[in-house]
Design a binder for this molecule. Sequence first.
Ligand code: NAP
Length: 487
Amino acid sequence: MSSPRIAIVGAGISGICMAVALQRAGFADFTIYEKADDYGGTWRDNSYPGLVCDVPSRYYQFRFAKNPEWTHLYSAGPEIKDYLVGVAREHGLHRNTRFGTEVTGAEFDGEGWQVTTSDGATGRFDFVLCATGFLHHPTRPDIPGLDDFAGPVMHSARWRHDVDITGKRVGVIGTGSTGTQLVSAMAGNASEVVLFQRTPQWILPTVNRPYTRLSKWLYKRVPALGAVPYLFNRAAFAVFSQGLVHPGRVRKLIQWVVERHLKTVEDPELRAKLTPDYQAMCKRLVVSDRFYRTVQRPDVRLVTEGIDAVEQRGVVTADGRLHELDILVLATGFDSHAFMRPMAITGAFGRTLDQAWSAGPRAFEGVMMPDFPNLFMLVGPHSPFANHPLTAVAEAQSTRIVGWLQRWRAGEFTTIAPTHAATDRYNARMRAAAPSTVWTTGCTSWYLGKDGLPELWPWTPGAYEKLIRSAPNTADYQLNLRAASRS
Ligand code: NAP
C-alpha cells in the first residue's frame, strides 16, 4: 500500500482539524501551507477589541481536543486562537507546516496536482485539501475619499495595535457581529464613538459569565463531563436551526425575543432607527447583551444617514454633515464568496476554478467539485454555517475526506471527482429548498450569492452531518480505477 502525498492549504480551524484527522488515520505525508506566520485562521486575523465568539466555548471546540480551561461561557478571540495553536502544537503539526508560504496555484496533471507557492517553488501531490475559509478577504468599502482621511483607517480584521483609541473620536462603519462588538468594547475608552449604520440588525441577548474554578477542575478531572455541554448545545442549536430553515414556531419565538430585547432601548426615536425591516436571522443573527446599552450612552452616536464621502477630517453623510473623527474603523465584512481564490486552480480538461464558478461557487456535498479530481474543500460552498460552529462542520467533513483517502490507499482508485449529473442534482435540490429558509425572506447579506440564493446548506446542520458521515454513493462519482494495479 502506498501513502498519498497530501497538501493542505490553510492552518485555521479546518486545516488543523484535517491535519489531525490525517495523523489519526496514519497519513503522515502531508504539508500544511499557511501564508501567515501562525495557526488560527480567522482567530489569528481578527484581534479587534471586544472580539468574543458568540458560540459557547464548550461547543466551539474540537471533540478530539476538549479544553477544560475555557475561562468563559463565550470565549474571547485571543483565547480561541491560543486553543487552536495549542491543538496544533500538541499534535506536532509544526513539523508539517510551512508558514509564510502562500499557495498561488494548483494544476491537475492527470493523476495529481502540481502546487506552486509564492516563493516560486513547486511540489507534486496526490491530493489537495483546501482549508482556506470564507471570512478571509476583508472588504474595503468603495467610499469616495477614503484614502484622504488624515487619521488611521483600519479594517476590523487588520487591527492596528499601535493605534491608541483612548480619548479619540472613533468612527465605525458597519453593524454586523463585528461592528456591534467593537462599538460595545470601545465606548468609554474613546472620547466618542460614532457608528455609521446602513442597515439595523436584530440582536439576540445573551449573558456571558466566567466558569468557576470548581467547574474547570471537574472538567479536567472527569473529561467525560465535556460531553454534557456539548450535547446540550448541540440540541439547542438543532432547535435554533429549525428556525433558520423552516418557517414556524422557532422562527416566531426568536422574532419575539429580539423584539422584546429591542424594547430595552428607551428613546423611541433611537429605537425606530435600530428597528430592522426584515425578519430576525435573515442576516446572521448578532448576539449581544451590551450593544443596546452601549448605543444609549451619551458618548455613542448612531448615524443612519448614508455615507457620501470621507474627507481629511472625517465622514460626510448624505445630509451634508461632516462627522469629525480621529480614527476610522471599517467593520465592513469579507468577500465570503472567494473561498480558495485568488489561488489559480486548474482542474481536468484545463478547466479553471473561475470558469467552473462563473455562476457562483458550486460543490458536491460541500467538499468536492466535478472536473477537479482529488481536490477536497473544507467548509466549502453550501456547508452549514450561520451561527453553527465550524469546528463541528470541519470534523464531519474531514472524516469523509479521510474515508476517500483510505480507499485510495487501498488501491480502489487513482483519481476521484463527483459527476456533473450528481452535482447538478444536488444543487437543484438545494435551490428548491432555499425559499423555506429565513435567508431569502427579504434582506441582503453575505449569505446570498449572485443569484440571490443562500450559499448555505438549506437544511439543519444535523441533516448535513448525517449525509456527510454516511457512506458515499459511488454512482455519484467518477473514479479512475487504473490504480487497481498500484497497490
Ligand atoms: P458583515 O456581517 O458582513 O457586516 C458588514 C457591515 O458593514 C454591515 O452592517 C454592512 O451593512 C456594512 N457595510 C458594508 N459596506 C458598507 C458601506 N459601503 N457603507 C456602510 N456600511 C457598509 O461583517 P462582520 O460584522 O465582519 O461579520 C462577518 C461574519 O463574521 C459574521 O456574520 C460572522 O459569521 C462572523 N463573525 C462572528 C463573530 C462571532 O462572535 N462568532 C464575531 C464577528 C464576526 P449592510 O448590512 O447594509 O450591508
